[in-house]
Design a protein around this ligand. Structure first.
Ligand code: NAP
Length: 458
């Protein structure tokens, strides 16, 4: 068995099985065996089952939220928000299942018809991270099942309990064994077994760029379709023509979500020189109003980091910035609560030469950089190997268009700190990956296009 600790105090929240190679192979076999029957169900039948899953989980949101707080450390408010977000995918894809339309193309030959259909790619596998224990599962499972694929999931070792609870509710909703399977255990072994199995036609991975590349390499022999939702290094740009109050609020909400442990968390805050001090002061006031505490309570709090490795990484990045001349405006150390709590930290006079500029922080740290011109900040925003999301605040319409066009990232968010919902295409470019999740683009990742020529009709 694998113990699942509470990041707040290390107490054991629950246990999951450490599946053996034999058990993982058997689960893959079940996923593959279930595909023909599931893919042949009417779209409406798959839709109804997904809707049932949505209804059952919706009736028990509080239980899911409390479990998520305990295994992940995020606060109840955030956990409930994640559940709304995650259930949105089940609802959306229950509907979208019925709209996987094909095409007819004007024929190129007399007495012939050209038909294009979309078919499920086959059995798929997914590996997910710990930072969104609920939404990561629903986003992948709902899309796969809607398209007619069966799916096997390996959730993160830190947060498998929410994933198994979702599986339990899926069974109750009528999603049979094989159609949705789950395995836990040695990630390296599970990764090898699913990537090397030619019957698995697609991998949807969310996690670090390093592991994503490894899985892509391992999958090359079996040539799988892949979706890669990887790391980020999001710029958050504040121009002097923006609504400073809204920009400060948008930044604090986006940054402190999940204690900064989010792939789309603002990682580099660029503030135009003329408003720099005023903006930093307002951000500081807003951050100081938010308590740092364990999350099982009815208010927004900044929780602990996920594990000791995460705390070391944040500490190292902040110490490096300080040693190289950054000014610590707030925090800069472990929080007095001890354990895995890190104090929300604001750094100014950060430069592009510091380690923190090129590294995904994954903690409650705001590194603030000064900039002068639009051209300069666009170049600096693009000066990263990642390209997941970029945020900018401006009231200049022309500038907003130029930012949308010139920033190299899968998502550009203007005048808001909020990115995700089920109806938009989420995903990155460059080392942040490829493929999209959510919206009608998301289901395209789980289907293949078939062209049929019907000749001799006259
Ligand atoms: P990670 O170390 O890559 O782990 C993610 C998943 O991969 C976990 O289930 C992990 O299993 C598994 N894994 C690790 N090594 C493996 C291997 N050799 N073969 C197969 N599977 C393996 O990432 P993380 O630290 O959990 O998550 C943080 C990262 O995810 C950040 O870079 C973040 O930006 C990224 N992320 C991206 C998105 C997005 O949508 N773009 C969303 C959220 C997070 P174990 O847990 O058992 O080790």
């Amino acid at each position: 068995m694998i113990d699942v600790p509470n990041p707040v105090d290390g107490s054991v929240v629950g246990q999951v099985e450490h599946h053996s190679e034999f058990e993982v192979r058997a689960a893959i076999d079940r996923t593959c065996a279930a595909f023909p029957a599931w893919s042949r169900l009417l779209a409406k039948q798959r839709s109804d089952i997904l809707r049932k899953w949505f209804d059952l989980v919706s009736a028990d949101k509080r239980a899911f939220a409390e479990l998520m707080c305990r295994e992940n450390g995020k606060c109840l408010t955030e956990a409930l928000g994640e559940i709304e977000y995650g259930l949105g995918f089940v609802e959306w894809y229950a509907e979208e299942a019925k709209r996987v339309y094909g095409d007819t193309i004007p024929t190129h030959a007399q007495g012939a018809a050209v038909i294009v259909t979309k078919e499920p790619v086959g059995p798929v596998a997914s590996i997910t991270p710990w930072n969104f224990p609920f939404m990561m599962i629903t986003r992948k499972v709902a899309t796969a099942l809607a398209a007619g694929c069966t799916i096997i999931i390996k959730p993160a070792e830190e947060t498998p309990l929410t994933a198994y609870k979702l599986l339990e509710y899926a069974r109750r909703a009528g999603i049979p064994e094989g159609v949705f399977e789950m395995v836990t255990g040695d990630p390296v072994l599970i990764g090898k077994l699913i990537t090397s199995d030619a019957r698995i036609k697609k991998i949807s991975f969310t996690g670090s760029t390093v592991v994503g590349k490894l899985l892509a390499r391992q999958s090359s022999d079996t040539l799988k379709k892949m979706t890669m939702e990887l790391g980020g290094n999001a710029p958050f740009i504040v121009f002097d023509d923006s609504d400073i109050e809204q920009a400060a609020k948008g930044l604090v909400a986006a940054k402190l979500r999940n204690s900064g442990q989010v792939c789309i968390s603002p990682n580099r805050v660029y503030v135009q020189s003329s408003i720099h001090d005023r903006f930093v002061q307002r951000v500081k006031e807003l951050v100081e109003e938010i308590p740092v505490d364990q999350g099982l309570q009815e208010r927004f709090v900044v929780g602990p980091l996920i594990n000791a490795k995460a705390v070391s990484k944040v500490t190292e990045l902040v110490d490096d910035a300080r040693a190289n001349g950054a000014n610590v405006v707030l925090g800069g150390h472990l929080h007095a609560k001890g354990g895995l709590f890190y104090a929300p930290t604001i750094l100014t006079e950060v430069t592009d030469a510091m380690q923190i500029q090129s590294t995904e922080i994954f903690g409650p740290v705001f590194p603030v950089y000064r900039f002068e011109t639009e051209m300069e900040v666009i170049a600096r925003a693009n000066d990263t190997e990642y390209g997941l999301v970029a945020y900018a605040y401006t009231r200049d319409l022309g500038r907003a268009f130029r930012l949308s066009r010139n920033i190299e990232s899968g998502m550009v968010i203007l005048n808001s700190g909020s990115v995700g919902t089920a109806s938009v295409p989420f995903g990155g470019v460059k080392q942040s990956g490829y493929g999209r999740e959510g919206s009608y683009y998301g289901i395209e990742e789980y289907v293949q296009v078939k062209y049929t020529l019907m000749a001799g009709l006259d």
